[in-house]
Design a protein around this ligand. Structure first.
Ligand code: SAH
Length: 338
């Protein structure tokens, strides 16, 4: 389908079909700026060309089936071609509209605290299925989306090629023109892909779901740490920061009596010392099916203060959407549960 293609790939399609390269730019403008949904509306392209396009690369989007609205946040449920469901979340910030997109149906990473990972991966999403989450939400709010985080259901680096293709499509100046500095990919730490990402010539932000300051604890709550242990992960991240000169974000959820003590905070500060980074402390969102509890505010502030004192850049994540189960780690498709 057409939304799976970068402009470069579409240029190649036209060249292969004895047409002009700039046709791709025309199509991109129709799709992403005028946001039309039918080829026949592309009035500056020949009818035969459009018919062929419609055959080769149909215009198909994920299908919006439900929206839940809260104050600054909407949660969207989408149905896919194979009747699977995924979710995306829109957050209204003072700096703009940010969307959190899903990258897979289910997830194989098995993090113990995460609701989205309770369902095994069914398949990867295609780039077009990720792109059209953005288009559908823009259409719903009738406003531009300025920021994108790949932090919904799935492990983006377990679907690396499609996620990067997605980034290229939405970043394209002839497309949605979402600045790469406004795009963030979050990973639980798949080292070979972090390496590949270091060499990617785009200024996309990288976030690492860290959640533990030592490897023993990390293995207990995040099975991925057995394949890619913390020490190796930290080495790779240091290389990434050196190579790209970019700051990396560490996400750290605070789980009561698991990873939230003063000792953990000091250990974390030591682990991160000297790395150009900042830490995003996430109050844990409790879910029905998982036993972990949220640290109390006092403990969260204490953790925060210790990191501050150790000169680590740190913020506590603004909370969004827990009322409608749209917050971090709560996304899944309730529908499939039935
Ligand atoms: N798989 C990727 C992308 C998901 S990002 C990753 O792991 O980074 C979603 C973030 O929310 C991750 O940092 C995840 O660890 C965190 N998270 C999972 N469950 C949570 C919960 N119940 N409360 C708060 N954060 C949670």
């Amino acid at each position: 389908m057409i939304y799976d293609l970068t402009r470069e790939e579409l240029e190649k399609y036209f060249l292969d079909n004895n047409d002009k390269k700039f046709r791709a730019e025309q199509v991109f403008k129709w799709l992403y700026q005028k946001k039309i949904k039918k080829y026949e509306e592309m009035t500056d392209i020949k009818k035969e060309t459009l018919e062929k396009l419609n055959n080769d690369l149909p215009i198909e989007r994920v299908k919006l089936v439900n929206v839940e609205r809260d104050k600054d946040v909407n949660k969207y449920l989408f149905k896919l071609k194979d009747n699977e469901h995924i979710e995306a979340v829109l957050m209204r910030h003072d700096y703009g509209n940010s969307i959190c997109v899903s990258s897979q149906i289910g997830c194989n990473m098995g993090c113990k605290f995460c609701e989205s990972g309770r369902r095994k991966k069914i398949r990867n999403l295609t780039s077009g299925e990720i792109v059209t989450q953005v288009l559908e939400v823009e259409e719903d709010i009738k406003e531009r989306i300025t920021h994108v985080v790949v932090m919904g259901i799935g492990e983006p680096f377990d679907n690396y090629d499609e996620v990067i293709r997605f980034c290229k499509i939405i970043n394209d100046p002839k497309g949605l023109a979402i600045g790469s500095r406004h795009i963030t990919i979050s990973t639980c730490g798949i080292i070979p892909k972090i390496r590949e990402f270091s060499d990617l010539d785009m200024q996309i932000n990288l976030a690492i779901s860290l959640h533990a300051p030592n490897t023993e604890l990390r293995s207990k709550i995040m099975p991925i740490n057995k394949a890619y242990p913390l020490n190796d992960l930290m080495k790779e991240i240091k290389k990434y920061v050196e190579k790209t000169n970019r700051r990396v974000t560490f996400e750290y959820i605070l789980l009561k009596n698991v990873n939230d003590t003063e000792i953990h905070a000091k250990e974390l500060a030591k682990l991160l010392r000297g790395i150009n980074c900042y830490v995003n402390l996430i109050p844990y969102n409790e879910t029905e099916n998982i036993e972990y509890e949220r640290s109390n505010m006092f403990q969260i502030m204490k953790f925060y203060d210790i990191l501050k004192k150790e000169n680590i850049n740190v913020t506590i994540r603004k909370e969004f959407g827990s009322k409608i189960s749209a917050a971090c780690g709560q996304l899944r498709s309730k529908k499939e549960e039935k």
